[in-house]
Design a protein around this ligand. Sequence first.
Ligand code: PMP
Length: 286
Amino acid sequence: MSRTVYVNGEYLPEGEAKISIFDRGFVMADGVYEVVSVLDGKLIDFPGHQARLNRSLDALEIGQPLSDEDYLAMFRELVTRNQIGDGLIYLQVTRGNPGDRDFAYPPKDTPQTVVAFTQAKPGLAENPAAQTGWKIVTLPDQRWGRRDIKTVQLLYPSMAKMAAKAQGADDAWLVEDGKVTEGTSNNAYIVKGNTIVTRELSHDILHGITRAAVLRLAREAQLQIEERGFTPEEASAADEAFVTSASAFVMPVVSIDGAEIGDGKPGKIAARLREIYLDEMRKTAL
Ligand code: PMP
């Protein structure tokens, strides 16, 4: 069945959806995106993703093409039209089509390009990988300096994912000045005793919406949180490790650069946080 996608106000079969070859997103990677998961036909933590989209658009002075209510209505429409039970919605907003290619931004009244599409992922929350955990390798973080803006410049994360897979791992943790920043498309955590360690928020990492919710729920569950960088060596000596993202939720990590973490099995705290997170998010889904 052909998907129905959203392009600049219209719902179209995916094969009929078109944007300009001059679009700044295509020519300059001048755009931002968001990913919202869908469980049982409902949007998970929509307000968090909405807020970050607005922050990313403001940081790049792209402007706000739609209202918060427009996005919610559009996401729901895509879920309905594509009969999504479990899956993901991707939203991309670019600076639009300036007419001619130019490094300077086009005039402020240039319409942004807004595209959204769904990906069906039946059983998204029952991913078998949550039972076995991910293997991680470390790689240098060669991304740009404003990783807190969720831009469509995903080439280095994509290269790092391929390098991880070539080494038989599931993902890479990126390292800068000796400390882990984050995963290719997730935030990174280690656990020692009752304490969860994850890098503090700054321009160096994406401010994960799942991270914010998981840390809040972890505090409520009386776990200690230390927001600071950690080295790959500290990670290999940890009791547990895990990552968070809107599509993987809380995913245990069982090895780093070939060294087992803890007993090499998914940790108890990661498993508990996954359960608490999914329970809470299903309750507040829209
Ligand atoms: N860091 C990076 C680099 C990411 O790409 C993502 C996923 N988009 C995350 C962290 C996790 O963010 P979220 O929990 O909002 O999906």
